[in-house]
Write a protein that binds this ligand. Structure first.
Ligand SMILES: C[S@@+](CC[C@H](N)C(=O)[O-])C[C@H]1O[C@@H](n2cnc3c(N)ncnc32)[C@H](O)[C@@H]1O
Length: 411
């Protein structure tokens, strides 16, 4: 039977105070190795979209989790002033939520795009500062675009010249306003509506030039001129609508981002009070190809990222990767600290594999080698598919539901 419980009262730093209900569907005790852990299935945060601080939604990123997820665990397992780490930082959802709740955020990722997105989110500037800075940036409609890829299927020549001009400006200017402009521009590169720089395209992934040509033919469309400054300012205002700029900046003073592999973190022993993270998915998506326009805009070399990022659909390779990554979490967590690892479920050889069970096995194996982590509990969060999840073909074999499997490890 499902029942409602009051969940938690957020502290003063946490944005709009609210009490969420938890619906618990089932609870059981599971034996693993020499011990047991509690496994609870329920709905731990709302399935409603875009309920959290507007900055969370400034840019989309493949396989991001909803900010409600880190909010839940940050409330549960940390205090203001604590260090919250995400070793698979992605778009910095954990980092921003940690700062919103008065915690310091540490993050790392092998993709430099992650740091470029996270820094401005955690160091926002006011819309007036963005407006002023945009005024100062000279975007010459005659900017030469020689040497650049052919973007004519996405952008009108005038838009393209402005974009190339902005990209060149951003490569040499590093104020916080510049960094925020870069973040917002990143979110406007391609999409459905007139608010994007491109003609109608996919918002979540950069389609290939050849596919965009086909989209244009099918829709009988050609790129129209879309001035970029007005679009940047409009989107920046929307992203900053929930305010708290000063408190985010205050909390982020001691933030740290490292470009490194999760198996070899550049953080000292016992530096993090809490880890909230989701490792790369075990699937066939090509995140680098799907972000080729973003990587171009940021001047990040695709091949370098491809060599560093782990994206595999081999179950064996995934386990081989996750084992040292979990061991590293054990090293950087402080005594009594908690690591929350979010995974899903995958079809392997015609059978459904629950990756939380795989992580539990990894932890048991590591324990025999001296790793100090134990499995405290597993939460299975169930809710309806989100629009984004559908678009990325997230599938757990249960029509209409999507489960997040969260392993809570204690040092
Ligand atoms: C599932 S995403 C994390 C999303 C993040 N939780 C968010 O909300 O944005 C996984 C991340 O792992 C990163 N990654 C892949 N291989 C890695 C490695 N070997 N070490 C560290 N990060 C890696 C990817 O670049 C990606 O950003």
């Amino acid at each position: 039977m499902a029942y409602d419980l009051p969940l938690f009262q957020l502290d003063d730093h946490a944005g709009p105070a609210k009490v969420e209900p938890i619906r618990i569907f089932s609870e059981e005790t599971v034996s693993a190795g020499t011990g047991t852990y509690r496994k609870t299935t329920g709905e731990f945060w709302t399935e409603r979209q875009r309920q959290m601080h507007s900055l969370h939604y400034v840019v989309s990123y493949r396989a991001s989790f909803k900010p409600e997820l880190p909010e839940f665990f940050i409330s549960r397992y940390s205090r203001p002033g604590d260090v919250v780490l995400d070793p698979f930082n992605g778009r910095g959802t954990t980092a921003l939520q940690a700062n919103l709740m008065g915690r310091t955020a540490y993050g790392s990722d092998v993709n430099p795009m992650s740091g470029r997105i996270t820094y401005p989110k955690c160091n926002p500037v006011s819309a007036d500062q963005i407006d002023e800075r945009l005024d100062e940036i000279e975007l010459d409609p005659d900017t030469p675009v020689d040497g650049e890829d052919d973007f004519s299927m996405f952008y009108h020549p005038g838009t393209c010249r402005e974009l190339v001009g902005l990209r060149r400006h951003l490569a040499e200017n590093f104020t916080d306003a510049d960094r925020f402009i870069e973040l917002v521009a990143l979110s406007r590169l391609h999409g459905h509506s007139p608010g994007f720089f491109s003609v109608y395209s996919f918002p979540q992934i950069s389609v290939s030039a050849a596919n965009q040509v086909k989209i244009n033919e099918r829709r009988n469309q050609a790129p129209d001129y879309r001035p970029i400054k007005t679009r940047i300012l409009k989107k920046a205002k929307r992203s900053l609508a929930d305010g708290k700029i000063d408190s985010i900046r205050k909390a982020s003073k001691h933030n740290r981002f490292e470009l490194c592999d999760a198996r070899e973190l550049r953080f000292p022993d016992a530096c993090a009070d809490l880890i909230v993270t989701s490792p790369p998915f075990l699937n066939k998506a090509d995140y680098i190809l799907d972000n080729w326009i973003e990587l171009w805009f940021l001047g990040i070399d695709e091949d370098t990222v491809r060599k560093a990022v782990v994206q595999t659909h081999s179950f064996k390779k995934w386990v081989q990767f996750m084992t040292p990554a979990i061991a590293e979490m054990g090293r950087v967590l402080c005594s009594d600290g908690v690591a929350v690892v979010e995974v899903g479920e995958v079809m392997i050889g015609g059978g459904l594999v629950y990756l939380d069970e795989v992580i539990v096995d990894i932890v048991q194996d590591l324990r025999s080698g001296g790793c100090p982590l134990t499995v405290e509990e597993v939460l299975i969060h169930e809710q309806n598919f989100t629009k984004l999840a559908n678009c990325f073909k997230v599938d757990n074999n249960k029509k209409g539901t999507n489960s997040h499997r969260l392993i809570v490890l204690r040092k």
